[in-house]
Design a protein around this ligand. Sequence first.
Ligand SMILES: Cc1ncsc1CCOP(=O)(O)O
Ligand SMILES: C=C1C=NC(C)=NC1=N
Ligand SMILES: [Mg+2]
Length: 224
Amino acid sequence: MLEMRIPSHQLRDLLKLYFIMGSQNTDKDPRFVLEEAIQGGITLFQFREKGEGAKTGGEKEELARSLMQLCRNHGIPFIVNDDIDLAIAIDADGVHVGQDDEDVAAVRERIGDKILGVSAHTLKEVEEAIEDGADYLGIGPIFPTGTKPDAKKPQGDTLIRAVRKEKIDIPIVGIGGITAENASFVIQSGADGISLISAISQAASPKESSKQLLERIMVPLAQN
Ligand SMILES: Cc1ncsc1CCOP(=O)(O)O
Ligand SMILES: C=C1C=NC(C)=NC1=N
Ligand SMILES: [Mg+2]
């Protein structure tokens, strides 16, 4: 059937509480963690099986399918990080790519109208990503993070504010070291949501942590 790119307002709602996880980000069963996070109110999920201890090949695909099913049971879109082949093979709802991954325009060509997220660290990268067909941007790291060893220098809200100052209103999610304590700061900078890994994947209760994060951003979101 005729498909179309997701409308920005719909995507903004999805980006509110964007949980990202791979099996390497938790000592628990990732399926349990995701189910809890969904119960706690996450609005979008990204499967990011990458780095030390990550699964590969068939094991990775099997976990992806299992986590995607949990999302599908609750109407949560399922995004795959970096691995375009996997995203297409399992018919995921979208992909997220970084600056060192496949060329964004080429990815857009391959995935059709699926959701396409791009990481950006400078205004130039922001403008290029938009030109190449990105639906949303992941901007960060906002704060220091221990989760991504090769993360760039933390930039606070500088770039998000600069983008909004340029009247560029593409959906934006902040990322990097985000917790319940600093979540509102990210929204106040002009982001449409927060994306994070350890604040939920390493929480004693992923469900309670998700709930608390959502509570912390509701008011700031209403003021944007
Ligand atoms: C994938 C990624 N990109 C920039 S920082 C980061 C890791 C975010 O993990 P955490 O939310 O645990 O800081
Ligand atoms: C690096 C990333 C930046 N932003 C998002 C949303 N996901 C990522 N994997
Ligand atoms: Mg990447």
